[in-house]
Ligand binder design. Structure first.
Ligand SMILES: *Cc1c(COP(=O)(O)O)cnc(C)c1O
Length: 448
């Protein structure tokens, strides 16, 4: 059951198979190069692609566009204080803006930053300060068959081994990403959050939470962690942040907006320092590169994210897609995470060698069979690594219906049926920065 109905609709269309073939050829077999109008169901990302509520749209009309000290800013500060428990907030144009402001303030050349897993922009901002990002994922994360309920956890053994190796003075900040985006959107337990906070305290480091999907994480804690069954999502959400010194947030995730983000912190001195960097890169620290109306939409969205039954329905819809795919024998990464279902391309295309990009071939096949756009997060996106060839189908929030999910599952099933028709890809044109090649490289089917 869904606790909302549509007030506004946006037409989408499934163009013909011939048109899809032509569009994909034109796009160089790279779904990032497709025009959105040629995509029927767009699962490229859940970032900024969701549907806002009537209350959010109404709040936008109230937006105060004052350059400094706007009412919109104060409403956001109240929301952040009520929902997350931080006294100081700096709005930014999106999550990476918050990363630039905070990590630019906290890090110096030669520092080392452990994180359960760095999201790619977080990693880039740590590197951009001359510091070294180190991932400390739970060993369960690497095991697709593990039924561990909190595969997103930070591995404290790895954390302590790092301290042993580089010394605690080299580690000014410890980061925890909830949910763990780079590990299939898997959650982090409250027990682990507390243990990481303690670890940070013991080595005299600041404890920062990458809070993008804090509401989805709270839902998993309520569902899976003993003692939280009867605690409200709002209370769990606040408890997650109780031990953190600061957070970075992308409003495009669990603040339910199309653009926006913020950094928030407890310490006034850190706030004063971060504000200076915010002025340089984002704008005056009460608007941070956003219009007042965008800030108001975010202030309302944050509260909606912890108001039942929003997040329960959200995470259930993702699980529903996972079930529809599993019922059709499509191999998916289990358990499903908070925002996306991941398909295992090497199982669907066992005849395609890794260097012919089975994951990217699967992205193309899903588009050809049913106009569905996903994204490859395997050997094509991460060259030179041995990452499994997974394809992510990320669900925008409050956007698609059950019938759409059925279409996605049917599409994946028909790819599975026609698997032998797909033969792998080779790169024909590549940008100079290999790490970013998946955004713009052009490919073509391998010649027999
Ligand atoms: C999306 C995301 C970011 C960056 O936020 P943007 O709004 O895309 O700049 C940082 N960390 C995580 C975990 C994310 O999912």
């Amino acid at each position: 059951m869904r606790s909302y109905k549509a007030k506004m609709v946006e037409p989408i269309r499934l163009i013909s198979r011939e048109e899809r073939e032509a569009a994909l050829d034109e796009a160089g077999y790279n779904a990032f190069n497709l025009d959105a109008r040629d995509v029927y169901i767009d699962l490229l990302t859940d970032s900024g692609t969701g549907t806002m509520s009537a209350d959010q749209w109404a709040a936008m009309i109230r937006g105060d566009e004052a350059y400094a000290g706007s009412e919109s800013f104060h409403r956001l500060a109240d929301s952040v204080s009520d929902v997350m428990g931080f006294d100081y907030v700096i709005p930014t144009h999106q999550g990476r803006g918050a990363e630039n402001v905070l990590y630019g303030t906290l890090l110096e050349e030669g520092d080392v930053v452990p994180n359960n897993s760095h999201f790619d922009t977080t990693r880039a901002h740590v590197v951009n300060q001359g510091a070294e990002p180190i991932d400390c994922p739970s060993p369960a994360a690497r095991d697709p068959d593990s039924t561990d309920p909190f595969k997103g956890n930070f591995d404290l053994d790895a954390g302590w081994a790092l301290v042993e190796e580089v010394g605690e003075d080299a580690i000014p900040v410890v980061v925890l990403t909830i949910t763990n985006n780079s590990v299939a959107g898997q959650p982090v337990s409250m027990e682990n959050i507390e243990a990481v906070a303690e670890f940070a305290t013991e080595i005299d480091a600041l404890f920062v939470i990458d809070a993008c999907r804090f509401a989805e994480n709270a839902h998993f804690i309520k569902e899976r962690e003993p003692g939280y069954e009867d605690v409200s999502i709002a209370d769990i959400a606040r408890e997650q942040f109780a031990h953190a010194d600061a957070i970075t947030m992308s409003g495009k995730k669990d603040a339910l907006v199309n653009i926006g983000g913020f950094a928030a912190m407890r310490d006034e001195t850190l706030y004063e320092h971060a504000k200076q960097r915010a002025i340089l890169y984002e704008g005056f620290p009460t608007y941070g590169g956003l219009s007042g109306r965008d800030i108001d939409a975010m202030a309302v969205g944050l509260r909606e994210a912890v108001t039942p039954p929003y997040v329960e329905e959200r995470v259930e819809q993702v699980a529903e897609l996972g079930d529809l795919l599993s019922e059709r024998d499509v191999p998916v990464y289990l358990p499903t995470g908070g925002h996306a279902v991941y398909l295992d391309a090497s199982e669907i295309f066992p005849h395609i060698p890794k260097d012919q990009f089975p994951g990217q071939e699967l992205v193309c096949a899903l588009y050809l069979e049913g106009g569905v756009r996903g994204v490859e997060l395997g050997g094509f996106a991460f060259p030179g690594t041995d990452r499994p060839d997974l394809v992510r189908l990320a669900l925008p929030r409050r956007t698609y219906s059950y019938e759409h999910l059925e279409h996605i599952a049917e599409t994946a099933a028909s790819v599975l049926d026609n698997a032998e028709e797909y033969s792998g890809l080779e790169i024909v044109e590549e940008p100079p920065m290999k790490e970013l090649r998946h955004f713009s490289a052009k490919l073509e089917p391998v010649s027999e």
